[in-house]
Design a protein around this ligand. Structure first.
Ligand code: AMP
Ligand code: ZN
Length: 129
């Protein structure tokens, strides 16, 4: 059983900040910023490619709720909402989850998009095949 299934079952402890019938929200054990949270479906799905549509919507609804809750109660200036899909993208726990990363003045989180000069028409054609 994966680590998030064990948390859902109560087999290992977690710092819960949200729970409903289908979803839990917990503090990430390694706080990239203060209040870094994870929204996790109670049912095991490996990633966004395989999660059931209704459970995906359940998760995203909770993401919005918890983001607002954090924003009300911590001196937050913004958020990054993030999902890593597969090892190539940095996924380490193979149970779908969404990161909520509160942002503060002078925090040390770096999320960087480098720009590449690529042919957008060609890419669009490939994706729309
Ligand atoms: P990802 O790299 O997107 O798969 O993120 C997995 C996240 O789960 C990491 O940020 C870990 O710090 C976090 N994590 C792993 N084990 C636990 C745990 N027992 N309780 C809370 N967070 C955890
Ligand atoms: Zn699991």
């Amino acid at each position: 059983m994966c680590v998030f299934c064990k948390i859902v079952n109560g087999e290992i402890p977690s710092k819960k900040i949200y729970e409903d019938e289908n979803v839990i929200g917990i503090l990430d054990i390694s706080q990239a910023t203060v209040g870094h949270s994870l929204i996790i479906p109670k049912k095991h799905y490996e990633n966004i490619l395989s999660i059931d549509d209704i459970d995906y919507l359940n998760v995203m609804k909770a993401v919005k709720l918890v983001t607002n809750k954090i924003g009300r109660n911590l001196p937050v200036k913004g958020f990054n909402i993030l999902n890593n899909c597969n090892e190539a993208a940095g996924q380490t726990v193979m149970h779908f989850h969404v990161h909520i990363l509160p942002r503060y003045d002078n925090d040390d989180l770096k999320i960087e998009f480098k720009s590449h000069e690529l042919d957008l028409d060609e890419i669009q054609t490939k994706i729309n095949l």
